[in-house]
Design a protein. Sequence first.
Length: 290
Amino acid sequence: MTTSTTTYTLTGSCPTRLGVLDLIIGTLYRNQCYAYEMHSFDDTDIGRFFFRVEFYHVGDGEFSEEELRLQFADRAEPFEMNWELSDTSTPEKVVILVSKFDHCLQDLLHRYSTGALNIEIPAIISNHPDLQRMADWYEIPYYRLPVTEDTKPQQEARMLEIIREVEADLVVLARYMQILSEDLCKQLHGKAINIHHSLLPGFKGAKPYHQAYEKGVKLVGATAHYVSEDLDEGPIIFQNVEHVDHTYTPERLVAKGRDTERLVLARAIKLHTEKRCFLNGNKTVVFPGH
């Protein structure tokens, strides 16, 4: 018996129905595929089943991805299943939006260059020229699209044009300090991730970390979520917090917050690109990863 070095991910969701696990595992078994990682969740509130399986071929004969697709599609149709089969080695194309703060962009470019994130970055889009040199260092095209109240519709149209030209799978707002229009949010539904601070209690407006310092905050954190029409209220992918104490100056709070933002954003991108995230109304189903 031979074992394939190619691994695949099968993901999907369907209405809760008897026999769905047999459909998934049975189809893989009949195609001599070994499922080495499997997660599932049944949302009893809405009666919907979510699953993610990683597998590889272990049989002696030839393996046909197309044949597996055809068989699975035929058997999944009565279950009204939305599903996707993908090769885990194929990188996702990620377009990054950024303004002047460089900490998230720097982190993502490093993880991209070292292979820590299985992604390609075909474009970086900014409303400022400040980070052009960083993009040039990594030989990534940098598009400057200055935004004013008058130019915003045209610049968003150009942004969407670039995203489509490079066939991006995901858009990441790596501290992009512009509010996307409702129309653009709808166009990027489920395919755009944003990052922002999560100070407890919450502080909005200018200099949130200075506000937090004045209130003696003991926790700082960050939230990565899918972009939605409601500002900073999209379905949450990943969150984390860090403890701070009375010795933290506003500057140290800012530094701690930026560190947390970097880690949380990178984690969210990894979860998304590994097909571990599922939109579930205003919430998400997120299966654990490494």
